[in-house]
Write a protein that binds this ligand. Structure first.
Ligand code: SF4
Ligand code: SF4
Length: 125
């Protein structure tokens, strides 16, 4: 197993996330946790995109220190439930179509190494 030494936070870069990685964090089994205000804002930005929001009635129990469930919610947008199994705001170039208005969970990313993440092992100038 390869061990990656990390020191301090990494900041997202368009070149690595969109071009090299293909924006894995916005696709597949990921879930976007949203506050009520964010859900309404995304609904307003949706245009003709079909978006399914799920209301979470269960109590939030953080799974890890960086788990947004402890501070955000109560809504979820599950990528797998959308066309192409990706966030409906991800465009064909793997860029976020609402980048300036993206939710807090997306703004804080990436907080920790994820499996197959290209960002963390690299030193970013
Ligand atoms: S997995 Fe890493 S490189 Fe890929 S989109 Fe997420 S943070 Fe960026
Ligand atoms: S809102 Fe933008 S940054 Fe957040 S998951 Fe969707 S495409 Fe990715």
């Amino acid at each position: 197993m390869t061990r990656v030494m990390v020191s301090g936070p990494r900041r997202a870069t368009t070149a690595i996330c969109a071009v090299e990685c293909g924006a894995k964090c916005c696709r597949g089994g990921g879930v976007l946790t949203l506050s009520e205000t964010e859900r309404r804002r995304l609904e307003g930005l949706a245009g003709d995109r079909r978006i399914t929001f799920r209301y979470l009635q269960r109590a939030y129990r953080p799974r890890s220190p960086g788990d947004f469930r402890k501070v955000l919610g109560p809504w979820e947008l599950r990528f797998r439930e959308h066309e192409g199994e990706q966030c409906p705001f991800l465009d064909e170039h793997h860029l976020c179509a609402i980048y300036q208005d993206r939710p807090a969970a997306c703004r804080a990313f990436p907080m920790r190494p994820e499996p197959a993440c290209l960002l963390w092992p690299k030193e970013i100038p």
